[in-house]
Structures are given as structure tokens and as C-alpha cells.
Design a protein around this ligand. Sequence first.
Ligand code: SAM
Length: 270
Amino acid sequence: MKHDEEALKEGRYWENVIANLSSEGLNFRAREDFVAKDPKCYWEDGRIAKRVLEYPRKAFKGKIRHGMKVLELGSGSGGNSYIMAKLGADVLGMDIQENIVEYLNKEIASEPDLKLKFQVGDLNKADLPENHFDLILSWNTFHHIQNAERLMVEVKKSLKKDGLFVLLEHQHTDSIIRKFLAAFFWLALPTREKFAEKWKIIAGRAKGKSEVELSPAEDSAPEDYIQKLKEAFSVKEEKSYFGFTAPFIARIRAPSKVRSMLVSAINALN
Ligand SMILES: C[S@@+](CC[C@H](N)C(=O)[O-])C[C@H]1O[C@@H](n2cnc3c(N)ncnc32)[C@H](O)[C@@H]1O
């Protein structure tokens, strides 16, 4: 299959995800809405989604300064870009989804004081301006990029001296131990799925199958790109985001207070 067709498929997949959520009243300004309604997560409680999102958001929120030039790679639902613009940054969100970019640009026209713009672009072929951005954020996007190494070079070129690249990723970053722990919690705790169903899902995952439809480019970045990133950048801080627990704790069946306590306990393990 030609690369352009792949890119189109990938863009359409995400457009459909977001369009389905929009039909349920998605508010792009509150990304927790997006997560709360994500069929892959089955969040029942938007407040818990918000608390879980606060954790990875710490990776960029405290770094934003007024007037900073920021680029978000794979801006998707636009919520993170919106938060950064609200904090005073001059933000460009880039994504392959034409319809969403058009929708977001129309939405933000109602807030003309914000320095926020969305642009269509295939990150596999990105040609970023040189020495331009103070901060580049990629929130679970890099693993969709077959040309991850090329994009890494573009990111480096486009960052100013002392610029910051904030990368949140699960592919090739979550350890076997964390995956095991997450699976253990999910098996042990009362969740939406019946016990037998969970074993089936685990057996499927062990064979590389997923119980939900994934995007065509899911996990398509090459194996060694994280290592190459670490060599290319001076890594100041490495945080582990216990990504696999997010969907699991979202499925816990328990009274709201108990679920909230479990979320805190599992988050503390991060
Ligand atoms: C897991 S979603 C992350 C969503 C987004 N960061 C957010 O917070 O809502 C991955 C995003 O990457 C985008 N994407 C995937 N492949 C891309 C590509 N080749 N070029 C540009 N964007 C891409 C998708 O359209 C999607 O919005």
C-alpha cells in the first residue's frame, strides 16, 4: 500500500473516533470529555478521567511561559493545545485529520485573543521551520509515525537552543513488570468484563490481537526510536506514565468513592 493511502486511512480512523464522540456532545476544550467517552476506555466518570489526565499533563503545564512558541504534534481533539494557549503560549497544533483541523479552527475563532491555530500535516513528511519553537509536545502520537526517526530530526531542527521536547509515549516504554501489574489489577478487581472474558482478552493480547479496533498506524514506529531519541536529546527527566492502568481502572465497577480511592492508589504506583 502506498504511503499516502496509509496516511489517509490513519487520518480517517481518528476523524471517525472524534466524530463519534462529537455526536455525543464532545467539548474539545475539555479533553477529559474526549477520554471519558472513548469507547476504548469506557470511562463512566469524567471527573476520574480528569484526575488521571492531570498526571501526564504535569509534564508540560508547568513548562509553559507567556509568549512561548509551541508546537503540538498530532493535536487530535485539540484539548492540550487549548490548555497551553490558555496559559499564554503561541500554539500550533498539527494533525493529519483535515475535518478536525477545520472544525477546531472554526471553534477557536470565537476566542480571538488566544494564539492558537491548527494545521493539517502528515508528520511522516513534516518539514518544520528551523530554530523556531520553544517547546514541542507529542502526546501519544509518535508511535503512529512510521518515519519516527525522520520526525525526531525535524523536531530537533525546529527547536530553539535549550528548547524542550515533551514526549509522552507508551510504545516501547512500558516495562513488562508494569504491564504485568496492570493486567493483575484488572483481573483481580471487579470490572465491566466478566472474569472469563478477561482471560480471553489477555490470551488475544498475548497473540498480538486487540479486543478493540486500533488505528492502522498503531505502534508503527520502529523498535529503536526511543533509544535513538535518548541519544539525540539530552534527557533531563524521565517519567513513567502507567498508561496501561488508565483503561483498566476506568472499567472498575465500584461505588464512586471506592473507585476514586483505587485511582489514587494505582496512580501512586506510577
Ligand atoms: C492517540 S491520538 C493523540 C491525540 C492528541 N494528542 C490528543 O491529546 O487528543 C494520535 C493523534 O495523532 C494523529 N496522527 C496520527 N498519524 C499522524 C500523522 N502521520 N501525521 C499527523 N498526525 C497524525 C491522529 O490524527 C491523532 O489525532
